[in-house]
Design a protein around this ligand. Structure first.
Ligand SMILES: Nc1ncnc2c1ncn2[C@@H]1O[C@H](COP(=O)(O)OP(=O)(O)OP(=O)(O)O)[C@@H](O)[C@H]1O
Ligand SMILES: [Mg+2]
Length: 217
């Protein structure tokens, strides 16, 4: 079991995230997906059980580091030892999705991470929609397939509409789905989180309100 390390999220998850599971953190823009993934990563990563974070086009590594470093959970002394960031935007732009997948696989083989994060698959999907036989469906499927043989717990992050959760192939393949959203309540916005599924875990179903502040989620 992997602790999320986000206050109360482990309760909602029914104890945590299963080791080796393939998870999606999904929701619209700005809901807090990247922050949650960074919290999970810094809570668990050690030099012996490192984490690999792949960024895909959406958020270049420098930009990501700049704003994640404001949070107390971000520990710069662990970057490059326990936590490694890899930008695969360039390789995807030049060599397409199969090239991106190759880099992911080679880095995973090199570092044997305990945690793999891919942020975000929305960017991947945009390229996939642009044409080519090797579309998102194949990419996600291949990713899920290779992830099975990794000893890693993986988190794919993606911007999705709520309606897509029922149709996307990646949602069927995932062992766990965390859905995050912002709901308008009168003039305020309330942040909500739902564990849509987590195979084998006694989750607490339903929407849970959460707060995002200078400490993270
Ligand atoms: N110190 C803070 N206090 C309150 N809210 C904050 C703070 N820092 C960031 N946020 C909020 O966090 C949100 C961004 O979180 P995050 O980057 O994790 O979102 P995301 O879901 O990954 O978005 P995207 O899909 O655009 O990448 C923004 O809505 C921002 O307002
Ligand atoms: Mg993000």
């Amino acid at each position: 079991m992997l602790e999320a390390g986000v206050p109360n999220l482990d309760v909602v998850l029914g104890g945590g995230v299963s080791v080796g599971s393939f998870n999606l953190i999904a929701g619209g823009p700005g809901v807090g997906k990247t922050i949650v993934s960074q919290q999970i990563m810094f809570h668990n990563a050690t030099p012996e059980n490192p984490a690999l974070h792949f960024t895909v086009l959406g958020e270049p590594v420098v930009k990501l580091l700049r704003y994640q470093s404001r949070f107390p959970f971000f520990d710069p002394s662990r970057v490059k030892t326990a936590v490694r960031y890899v930008d695969i935007g360039d390789v995807i732009r030049k060599e397409g999705l199969d090239g991106g997948l190759e880099v992911i696989v080679s880095r995973v083989e090199r570092y044997s991470p305990a945690i793999v994060i891919i942020d975000s698959v929305r960017a991947v999907r945009e390229i996939a929609c642009g044409g080519g036989d090797y579309g998102l469906r194949t990419f996600t499927h291949d990713l899920a397939q290779v992830a099975v043989v990794w000893n890693a717990t993986s988190f794919m992050i993606g911007e999705y509409e709520e309606s897509e959760i029922r149709s996307g192939p990646e949602f069927t393949m995932a062992d766990g789905i965390i859905w995050m959203a912002m709901e308008k309540v009168q003039n305020s916005v309330v942040r909500k989180l739902q564990v849509v599924k987590s195979r084998g875990m006694p989750i607490v179903p339903g929407l849970h309100s959460f707060r995002l502040d200078q400490h993270g989620v």
